[in-house]
Write a protein that binds this ligand. Structure first.
Ligand code: FMN
Length: 229
């Protein structure tokens, strides 16, 4: 299986990528996989110009001369695309959103309506491609933090597996390692499950999203570490 990981964290030690790497370790332990990780922050990806030249040309490429065509080529080859990123203002970081915007060369102007949903027709065959979203976030679990992102991913990726993890800054706090390790193990096992069944059960997704510590304790710990506390 060809796996493309789009890492949207701008940080060298991404909280989210620590989880994603455990997931990948589980997958590669279980099945033969080739993994390409793209650190989007180091790529030259300019914003979409909205010119629709890609739709006129119909060649699956963007007319801008930057690194996006390399990503589009990898996207077309991938069987599984993992979007791994931190939640920024209830959505994905802007540099990764630019990558998503600029996947429009892979669809066409023509539209169709299926089950009340209107979509552009694909230019390439997406039917065998799978998507996983792994998103870390700084807040503890609260209703609404991920709701905008959930809808965006559903509309953008269709049948994606979405894993939204609260309290991920704990992944890089040495004192919190006893809390991080069990979660890393669950991601490893989830990777194995995905490699076996090409899906994650609702129970597994639920387990990956369980906060590492109770909300009140997390808020207290964050506030105690805040500058000018
Ligand atoms: C600009 C910015 C916006 C953020 N917005 C949110 C947010 O809306 N909700 C949230 O829970 N965390 C938010 N965070 C916190 C990050 O999601 C969190 O620190 C995450 O663990 C970083 O993951 P990374 O190390 O993989 O980049 C934000 C952080 C930054 C820098």
């Amino acid at each position: 299986m060809n796996i493309l990981v789009l890492n949207g964290s701008p940080k060298p030690k991404s909280d989210t990528m620590r989880l994603t790497r455990s997931f990948l370790e589980g997958m590669t332990r279980q099945a033969s996989c080739s993994v390409t990780i793209v650190d989007v922050i180091h790529k030259d990806i300019r914003p979409c110009r909205g010119c629709f030249a890609c739709w006129k040309n119909g060649d699956g490429r963007c007319v801008q001369q930057d690194d996006q065509n390399e990503i589009l080529a990898a996207y077309q080859k991938a069987d599984l695309i993992i979007w791994s990123f931190p939640l920024y203002c209830y959505s994905m970081p802007s540099h990764l959103k630019a990558v998503l915007d600029r996947t429009i060369p892979l669809i066409q102007l023509r539209m169709k309506e299926t089950d009340g949903r209107v979509q552009h027709e694909p230019l390439i065959d997406f039917s065998e491609k799978r998507t996983i979203v792994i998103c870390g976030s700084g807040f503890p679990d609260w209703d609404g933090n991920f709701e905008g992102l959930r809808l965006q991913c559903k509309n953008s990726f269709g049948q994606a597996e979405m894993v939204f993890v609260p309290e991920t800054p704990l992944m890089n706090v040495p004192e919190a390692e006893p809390l991080a390790q069990p979660l890393l193990t669950r991601f490893f096992l989830a990777g194995q499950e995905y490699a076996k069944s090409l899906s994650l059960s609702p129970e597994t997704i639920h387990e990956l999203q369980i906060p590492m510590m109770p909300k009140e304790d997390y808020i207290r710990a964050v506030n105690a570490s805040a500058p000018h506390a």
